[in-house]
Each structure stands twice: as C-alpha cells, then as structure tokens.
Design a binder for this molecule. Structure first.
Ligand code: 8BR
Ligand code: ZN
Ligand code: ZN
Length: 338
C-alpha cells in the first residue's frame, strides 16, 4: 500500500496508522488535525487500506473529489454533521476489522466498500430536524417521500445524484452494470436501516436469524448483518469512552432542544427529548442505553465474539450517568420556561 500519494495530513495519517480500527480514536481530534477534512481523509485511507481503488477502477483524485462533495453537503448542525459521519464510518471499520466481521461474514472488498461508504453518507444533508418534525410541519421532504423514512431515503438519494451529476467525482463510473446495481442496493439498504422506526422490528428478526440452525453470516444473512453494523455504529456513542460520549450527548440534545423550540413556536407537539425545560440529560441516556444501545450490541455480540471486551463500557457509562441524574434535576429546577 502507498498512503503517501493520498495527501493525507501527516499528523492524521500517523493516528490512522495506529488507530484506524480503534474504538477509542478521538473523532474531534481527527477532524481538527485535517483542517475539517477528516471525513475525506478517512475514506481515502480506507480506499488504500482495503484496495478499493482497484474494486472501483478509479484514481484517488476521483475519490477525494466525491467525498469533498459529500462532506460539503453535511450542514453544521450541532450533532448531525460531517464529524458524526466520519465517526460512524470509523466505527463501522472498528466492527468489521477489530471485531472481525470481515472474517465471520467473509466480506470481500466490495462488501467492505459498501459498509464504509454507507457509514460516510448515512446522514448526508441532514437538516437537524427529525422525521417526525418534517412530517408534522408538512416539509417538502416529507411530501417527496410520503412520510416513509423521509431522511433515510433522502441521504442516499442525494449521494448517488452527486456521483452521476459530475463525471469528475463519479466513483461508480467504471463499475460494470451488475456490480454497480449490487453495490447501490447494498448501500441503500444499510442507510435505510438507520431509521430508528425500524430498530425494534429489525433487531427482533436479526436475533432470530442468529439463533436459527440455518444462520449464514457469510451467505444469506450477510446483508442483514451489514445493515446492523451501520445501524449499531450510528448509535455507538454510549459504547465509547465517557469523555467522548458526553460530548456527543451534549451535541445531540442541543440539536433536539433547538427542534423543540421550533415546535413550541409553531404550536406543534414537542417531540420526545426535545423539551429543554423537562428533559433530564442523564435519565435520557440511561433509557437510551437500556432500551436501544444495549440490546443492539447484545445482538452484535451474538455473532462477533471479539466485541466482548467492549460490551462492558455500556454498563460503566450507564453507572456514570446514574450518578449525574440528581445534578441534572437541580439544573432543570433552576431554569424557567419563557
Ligand atoms: P441518527 O444519528 O440517525 O439520528 O440516530 C441516532 C438516534 O439515537 C438519535 O436521533 C437519538 O434519537 C438517539 N440518541 C439518544 Br436518545 N442519545 C443519543 C446519543 N447520546 N448519541 C446519539 N444518539 C442518541
Ligand atoms: Zn440518520
Ligand atoms: Zn447518524
């Protein structure tokens, strides 16, 4: 492999050599070290690391150009921004590489490309508002996608349009027709699986597949597991170090509370977790861990035994939030709704 030709900033490259598959890499640091171009440089690193330039039959210049465009489409939301995208792509790599899904699913280079690209594009163009808000406010996007997985339909749709709208950045240009169709289908399925509305039902099906006598992680169940890899990475903040996790939590709630302010102003129902005057940050995280993240990563553990040493982070972080519940209660008591 020749990483030199990629023009990745030296200090970021040093980190990626050591930590590209590490759960504890600092995503904010990576973004800073590359002058806000973490997402582009991470994807270039992965393309070289996994030989993906040969899968797509393209030059690094095209890949750089494509992810520059993807990166520009991420708005500067408190949470749903390019650093979240970079973090999800990197966490996908942790799960496939360090936790060995590449071996267990017998992923080929094409599968690896699909997972990492899905992670990178999965929140493209996110407006910082949830599907519920877009539907309730009769937003143009909800009208376009008939209230069905509105954002999750929008993100990949826009990202395929970027490629086909400009030959200079079209990473799909040289793929043979059938190969392109399979790659496109796989990426779209993974991004659609990040709609939290499908979380419980899909997790139940995946758990029953893992327990079935004909479970085939490297065959007919592979795509379903790839979907879970991307969805898990999307909700993986509580599995990280508490220091990083706390920063993401503040960001996601800042974004939710701005939405709540809008809902209040418009006379719309204030969505769950979006009321800044009643949402206890620590309590919300304990619930998120118990009802969403722990069941998700328990499922991961069902087919990736190498994940085991990281699973306990969830209980450690939950205990830390539990100690903070009283503090946040007092904080809430001291602020008055207008
Ligand atoms: P998206 O990134 O696709 O929005 O999916 C993650 C969802 O998990 C968030 O929209 C939010 O509903 C929920 N969530 C909660 Br609650 N706490 C979170 C946290 N600390 N980090 C990320 N997501 C969180
Ligand atoms: Zn999303
Ligand atoms: Zn996301």
């Amino acid at each position: 492999a020749n990483f030199q030709k990629l023009n990745i900033p030296k200090r970021l490259l040093d980190i990626l050599f050591k930590q590209h598959d590490d759960l504890y890499i600092d995503p904010f640091e990576c973004d800073k070290l590359s002058g806000g171009e973490g997402l582009v440089n991470l994807m270039l690193f992965f393309f070289e690391n996994y030989n993906l330039f040969d899968v797509f039959l393209i030059k690094p210049k095209v890949v750089r150009g494509y992810f520059e465009e993807v990166m520009k489409g991420y708005h500067d939301n408190p949470y749903h921004n390019k650093v979240h995208a970079q973090d999800v792509a990197q966490t996908c790599n942790f799960l496939i590489s360090k936790c060995k899904f590449i071996e267990i699913g017998q992923l080929d280079e094409q599968d690896i490309a699909c997972v990492l690209i899905a992670g990178a594009i999965h929140d493209y163009g996110h407006p910082g508002l949830t599907n519920a808000f877009l539907i309730n406010s009769r937003n143009e996007l909800a009208l376009t996608y008939n209230d069905q997985s509105v954002l999750e339909m929008f993100h990949p749709s826009q990202c395929f349009k970027i490629a086909w709208g400009n030959q200079k950045v079209n990473i799909f240009e040289n793929l043979q027709f059938q190969k392109y169709r399979r790659i496109r289908e796989s990426i779209i399925l993974m991004v659609l699986s990040t709609d939290m509305a499908h979380h419980a039902s899909e997790l139940a099906i995946t758990n029953s597949r893992i327990a079935a006598p004909d479970f085939e992680p490297n065959g007919k169940d592979k795509q379903r597991l790839m979907d879970l890899i991307v969805h898990s990475s999307d909700v993986s903040n509580p599995t990280k170090s508490f220091e990083i996790y706390k920063q993401w939590t503040e960001k996601v709630l800042t974004e939710f509370w701005l939405q709540g302010d809008k809902e209040r102003e418009l006379g719309l129902p204030i969505s769950y977790l979006c009321n800044r005057y009643t949402t206890n940050t620590a309590e919300a995280q304990v619930g998120f861990i118990d009802y969403v993240v722990k069941p998700t990563f328990a499922c991961i553990l069902g087919f990736l035994p190498a994940y085991e040493p990281f699973f306990q982070n969830l209980d450690k972080n939950k205990a830390k939030w539990q100690e903070l519940i009283e503090y946040y209660k007092q904080q809430l008591a001291s602020i008055q709704p207008k």
